[in-house]
Design a binder for this molecule. Sequence first.
Ligand code: NAD
Length: 266
Amino acid sequence: MTFQDYPMGNTSARRNLLAHIADSRSLVVFTGAGISTESGIPDYRGPGGIWKKFRPVTFQEFIASESGRRAYWERKFATDDLLRQARPNKGHLALAELVRSGRASCVITQNIDGLHQLSGIPEAQVIELHGNTTYAHCLSCQTRFTLDTLKIDFLNTGKSPLCDCGGFIKTATISFGQPMPDDAMRLAQEAALNCDLFLVVGSSLTVYPASGFPITAKQNGARLVIINRESTELDRLADFALHGEAGPILADLVANIDSPRDNRAS
Ligand code: NAD
């Protein structure tokens, strides 16, 4: 395992890492809240973390009562402006370039902010493990809703939104206590099994089952690279663990993937 603080200069470790990225034939990216902090969205556990201010409403609480649903929507709309204003940062853009150039096949994300899609990565290449908070849907008939009208109605009536079919409307996210989405889990598992390099960016790797994918990839022979501000649960398994800010690190790495031979340490 190579463990580095970033920037690490023109060292053999950096050249080796660039060569591994350039040599990879099937690179898969896995992101967490840390990729989006440079866009102004706080992560869970860092300073200013959202859940230090707002305890999340569990799925069971949401289903069980109107007061649970009201609390859910109050919290959602209290943090909504932050999400609406957020734009992809240079880390998102560097990852989008990895996908556009064909080096990365997909991005598996725990994030719910939609910034990978906004950065230009096609929907089909973003695997959302915890759903998406930029729109809502009916839990019964799956009809999709934009948030604007729901917000106006909620602020006017104080009642949680209901679909015409009678079903509860909820943001398209996976709340604590809600089953993981089958399709996204299957696609992420296939991606983890079939890649030769698994690149983790901005995740504490503490939320299971999402944090199982880097382990699957590594056990199946892929190289594991972790980029995070601080050490993570899985640094001990990683081939490279880089500690620093995701945006500058990714921008540097993606700008410097030349031919594998130029990058490889002599
Ligand atoms: P986490 O908060 O547990 O971990 C984020 C990690 O990113 C931390 O270890 C932190 O040190 C690191 N980090 C923060 N800023 C960074 C930066 N600029 N560069 C590099 N590293 C940085 O988040 P997680 O691992 O994604 O898991 C928790 C849950 O958080 C997920 O389920 C996700 O759905 C949810 N979440 C998502 C968002 C979002 O969509 N943007 C925001 C908050 C929470």
